[in-house]
Every structure is written in structure tokens, then in C-alpha cells.
Design a protein around this ligand. Structure first.
Ligand code: SF4
Length: 140
């Protein structure tokens, strides 16, 4: 697992092949996107990559990646459910990560759908812990 690639490789692959792109240093790893996607089994996987969590400690973590982007219907439900703004349509990528993070954090308590209650559901907490500290959970 220590030879996992840097996040930029996955970012570039999605940018080149998918309708969505993930700015991985902003991704919390709670898998909110995968939970809401109606076709998640046919599109998404979580893969090991080296990345920081909101700029803290660069190391191997598990993160969502579109392995079959051709199955995406571009409904953007997953983009709405992303609590940090890391997941975006490919034509509107994150340009200022700190501002995007601040904006989405401030917005979260006021979101009618996919707000704080959604983010703090037990299943997202469990994925957050496993995906950010996979070594403790002996996932790979
Ligand atoms: S845009 Fe819709 S179909 Fe595509 S990955 Fe997101 S939720 Fe799934």
C-alpha cells in the first residue's frame, strides 16, 4: 500500500475521461458521493492514493474514483451531496481550494438536502475513519 500513487494521477485520469473531477486534498473520504449515486456499483470504487486530508499529513488514504465513467448519467446528485466541494463537473474544477472549502463548510449547516445530518450519519463516519486511517482497519 505504501507504493500507492499520488492523487494527481487519479485527478488527471478523471479529468481526461470522466464528466466529474475530484480535487482530492479537499475530499474528506466519507463517500457521500458514492452513497447517493443511483449507479454507484457500476461507476465508483475507492482506491488507495497518497493525499493529505484538508492539507494535513500526506499519506496513503482511500478515495472515490470513477472506474467506469461511461456509466455516469450526469445527474450531479453526487456533486450536491459532496460536503466539501471537492467533487465538481469537469468543466468547473476547483481553482481556489481554501475558498471552496471555507464556502462549503459555512454552507453545510444551511443546506436543505445533504446538510450536517446527512454528513454525520453513522455510515459516513465509518467510511471517514476507514478511508483516512486504512492502516488501522487493515483494509489493504
Ligand atoms: S453524476 Fe449522477 S450518475 Fe454520475 S456519478 Fe454522480 S450521481 Fe452517479
Amino acid at each position: 500500500m505504501n507504493d500507492a500513487p499520488d492523487w494527481r494521477g487519479y485527478y488527471k485520469e478523471m479529468k481526461d475521461t470522466a464528466p466529474l473531477v475530484i480535487h482530492y486534498p479537499l475530499c474528506g473520504g466519507g463517500e457521500e458521493c458514492i452513497f447517493v449515486c443511483p449507479f454507484s456499483d457500476k461507476i465508483w470504487e475507492v482506491v488507495p492514493m497518497k493525499v493529505s486530508l484538508f492539507g494535513v499529513k500526506y499519506k496513503v488514504r482511500l478515495r472515490p474514483f470513477m472506474v467506469n465513467p461511461e456509466n455516469c448519467r450526469k445527474c450531479y446528485i453526487c456533486v450536491q451531496a459532496c460536503p466539501t466541494g471537492a467533487l465538481r463537473p469537469v468543466e468547473r474544477p476547483v481553482k481556489h481550494p481554501a475558498l471552496v472549502f471555507l464556502y462549503n463548510s459555512l454552507k453545510l449547516p444551511f443546506k436543505k438536502k445533504y446538510g450536517l445530518k446527512f454528513v454525520f450519519r453513522e455510515e459516513h463516519g465509518e467510511r471517514f475513519r476507514r478511508n483516512n486511517w486504512p492502516e488501522k482497519y487493515e483494509v489493504v
